[in-house]
Design a protein around this ligand. Structure first.
Ligand SMILES: Nc1ncnc2c1ncn2[C@@H]1O[C@H](COP(=O)(O)OP(=O)(O)OP(=O)(O)O)[C@@H](O)[C@H]1O
Length: 257
């Protein structure tokens, strides 16, 4: 049964499964977790582990083959639009309309989310994300790093309570990547927004996440806080933990624990 909306977890997934074809192994295989409000969780795993598929199901963009998911207390199979108004996402795989200017793009999304005082909100986000100079440029002419910052502005336009970020710093140079991470830390502290972050950047995960789900072939093969995982695997950084898990060494860690 779904708990009352105001106390429900940010995300509640129960046996979430996706099979793209009946003769293919599941891309996501019985995923269950409850991510609390205000938490920042990392979704980790090698290429093809099922991260993007999971995020697409959380957003209701893909229909699960099995199981269920509720975001902010709303069942995504039944009350998807009530939840979507209070959440948002950013993904490098989704291109913004390229001929529209940055400002026009943000206006479209502000309209879709029915954002009050849209022009003020766009100016505020543009100032915060250093986009003011880019507002009149066509979105298609921006560099990958600039597009990433526009996508981040788009994802925050409705002041989401739940933010799904698929590789938010993938195309950023180290300096800009660091700046975005600091910005996300500040934003989270000020807004109390819950964040689920899929990332291949282990430094980012260690810095931002209070809990990590390690996926392999669509299943959670290990989870815990970065500190707990570092201790369990006897490692100094999450990169090494990731390699241990990807290469199937978690059984040794379990035996030691
Ligand atoms: N539209 C699709 N049709 C068929 N199979 C798909 C489709 N999208 C993804 N898959 C398959 O599902 C599995 C999980 O893919 P997914 O994109 O979710 O992984 P990922 O963890 O996000 O990977 P990456 O780190 O490479 O982005 C892969 O085996 C992939 O080939």
């Amino acid at each position: 049964m779904t708990p009352p909306a105001d106390t429900a977890p940010a995300i509640l997934a129960e046996g979430l499964t996706k099979r793209y074809a009946s003769d293919a192994p599941p891309a996501v295989d019985g995923l269950s977790f409850a991510m609390p409000r205000g938490a920042t969780w990392g979704l980790l795993g090698g290429n093809g582990a099922g991260k993007t598929t999971t995020i697409a199901m959380l957003l209701g963009l893909l229909v699960p083959s099995g199981g269920r998911v509720a975001c902010l207390g709303q069942d995504m199979a039944k009350d998807r639009f009530a939840a979507l108004a209070r959440m948002n996402f950013s993904s490098p795989y989704i291109a913004l309309p390229s001929r529209l200017s940055v400002a026009e793009n943000l206006r479209v999304y502000a309209h879709l989310y029915d954002v009050p005082h849209a022009e003020r909100r766009i100016a505020e986000l543009a100032a915060q994300l250093q986009l003011t100079e880019l507002l009149d440029r066509p979105a298609g002419n921006l560099s990958a790093g600039q597009k990433t910052r526009v996508a981040l502005a788009k994802s925050l336009i409705n002041r989401p309570e739940l933010l799904l970020l698929d590789e938010p710093t993938a195309s950023l140079d180290p300096d800009t990547g660091d700046w975005v991470r600091s910005w996300l830390e500040r934003y989270r502290a000020e807004s109390g927004c819950a964040i689920l972050l899929a990332s291949h950047n282990m430094g980012e995960v260690e810095r931002l996440c209070d809990h990590v789900l390690m996926l392999k072939q669509g299943r959670v093969v290990d989870q815990g806080s970065p500190a707990a995982l570092l201790e369990r695997y006897g490692r100094d950084d999450m990169e090494q933990v990731f390699l241990d898990i990807a290469r199937g060494r978690q059984r040794e860690a379990e035996a030691v624990a």
